[in-house]
Design a protein around this ligand. Structure first.
Ligand SMILES: [Zn+2]
Length: 267
């Protein structure tokens, strides 16, 4: 693995940890509110639990705060990865004897799409948490002390499940942000390069770094296209199904957790 790939993985790991911590913090805090409300009694069913204004407010407040923080983290990760990828490409072109500007120009709409992913993930989480805890509450019948304890556990487990799904979706967005950033920086730089130097001298080649790539990446491996062209969206050598492309296929990642890279080829 080269220096760029390692640097991207380091950003990804750091931001992933920060994002996970935010979500777990919010989940723990909401679990505390839930426990207090359940312990105080008087809740008749799951719907009544969700209708508690104080609980509802707490959930919105905690999710909104976490969402803002996760969005900031994604934005920072994207920006950092763009800078690193740009610098790596400037060096790579320079090593090939091609000086190029460092101006990134238009990076496209990836960051907007990523922030929308975050918004959607948190919106879904809110619904999953509310539905999950209502179902968990209603799934335990009766109203003695023992039932209250069992219900408490069931509600907590439902909250944890919803938080886990949010965490998984957010971690996937972190991964996408870092690797799409690298691709966007390369795309923008190569577009500038092609404008300045003309098209034919440098092209880009898809390269897998994983020992066990998926069928799509395996099929893309070694294929060469012009620096401003897309790779083949339909390439697939495996039996796995062809996944949709996120935005475009100017370069990796082909899918979440794709570790492929492009390398420049001088013709
Ligand atoms: Zn790949």
């Amino acid at each position: 693995m080269n220096a760029l790939a390692l640097a991207l993985l380091a950003i990804e790991a750091r931001v992933r940890d920060a994002v996970v911590e935010q979500i777990e913090k919010a989940s723990r805090a909401y679990g505390g509110y839930l426990a207090a409300v359940l312990a105080s009694g008087g809740i008749t069913d799951g719907n009544a639990l969700n209708s508690r204004a104080d609980l509802h407010q707490a959930l919105l407040m905690l999710l909104n705060a976490a969402q803002r923080n996760v969005s900031d983290q994604i934005r920072a990760a994207y920006t950092a990865a763009v800078q690193i990828a740009r610098n790596a490409l400037v060096d790579e072109l320079s090593d090939l004897g091609h000086e190029t500007g460092t101006d990134l120009g238009n990076l496209g709409s990836t960051l907007t799409a990523l922030l929308l992913d975050v918004e959607n993930s948190f919106g879904r989480a809110r619904i999953e948490i509310q539905n999950g805890i209502a179902q968990a509450f209603d799934g335990v019948a009766g109203d003695n002390d023992q039932v209250t304890t069992v219900r408490q556990l069931a509600v907590n487990a439902a909250l944890t499940r919803a938080a886990t799904r949010l965490r998984m979706r957010s971690v996937a967005t972190v991964s996408t942000s870092v690797h799409q950033a690298s691709r966007d920086a390369q795309t923008a730089m190569l577009r500038n390069y092609a404008t300045i130097h003309g098209y034919a001298t440098v092209s880009k080649r898809w390269r897998v770094t994983s020992d066990n790539p998926c069928g799509m990446c395996k099929a893309l491996h070694g294929t060469v296209v012009g620096v401003t062209d897309e790779f083949n969206r339909n390439a697939n050598s495996g039996t796995g199904k062809l996944r949709p492309v996120y935005l475009d296929l100017q370069g990796p990642p082909r899918h979440p957790n794709c570790r492929c890279q492009i390398e420049l080829v001088v013709s």
